[in-house]
Design a protein around this ligand. Sequence first.
Ligand code: ADP
Ligand code: ADP
Length: 216
Amino acid sequence: MRLVLVGPPGAGKGTQAQYIASNLSIPKISTGDIFRANVSGGTDLGKLAKTFMDRGDLVPDEVTIAMVRDRLSEDDAQDGFLLDGFPRNVPQAEILKKMLADWGQALDLVLELVVDDDEVVRRLAGRRTCSQCGRIWHVEFDDKQDDRCDACDGALFQRDDDKEETVRHRLEVYGEQTAPLISYYADEGILVGVDATGPVEEVTQRAMEAIRPFMG
Ligand code: ADP
Ligand code: ADP
């Protein structure tokens, strides 16, 4: 299964990606996570990406695409993958299509996580990430008063780009650059929308039901 998750920042892509990828036994490839790992590791890629991420802008396409090409070339991605956060604009989608075609592959499905703006803002404002295992939590919805991860007891942190001002800009970037992917993939006939409101497990169930007809 070759799957892409799209949706605005805060829609729950990262949260759902961990469950969907594990249900389907495919690797979860989150470009945001790879960039953040490079930023913490102080690599050249991280230094370059950081300036764009801090502003809430997209990292330039050639850098992002080279990184995704490398990751998709790895052994574990040959029989399927779940892309979370890529592609994020039409040029990235076109290059992805060509890259996969060169390898005799194609996307099976693009799942759009549908939530309204108010819910997105509420989700981003309370988002916390585990510094050890990367699990995503929410202060209010998961009742995280202690700032500790329930899974591994790691310390939770708030992402720099989840500050109110940056969030507003990221939502604009989504509307201008990423939202056009919805009609792009609808035209390709591989887009399915999933209601991403309600409890996490219910959203996962809806996503799995949407995926089932596309499984080989
Ligand atoms: P969210 O899940 O909140 O939408 P991500 O973790 O996916 O955010 O991405 C965080 C940041 O990483 C983005 O704001 C952007 O700067 C960078 N980034 C992630 N994926 C891409 C991509 N496909 N193209 C360009 N920049 C990206
Ligand atoms: P994205 O990757 O699309 O930016 P995340 O998966 O990081 O979104 O989720 C954003 C925030 O919303 C996190 O704090 C997460 O715990 C929370 N969240 C995700 N799904 C739900 C849900 N169904 N209900 C309530 N909160 C959720």
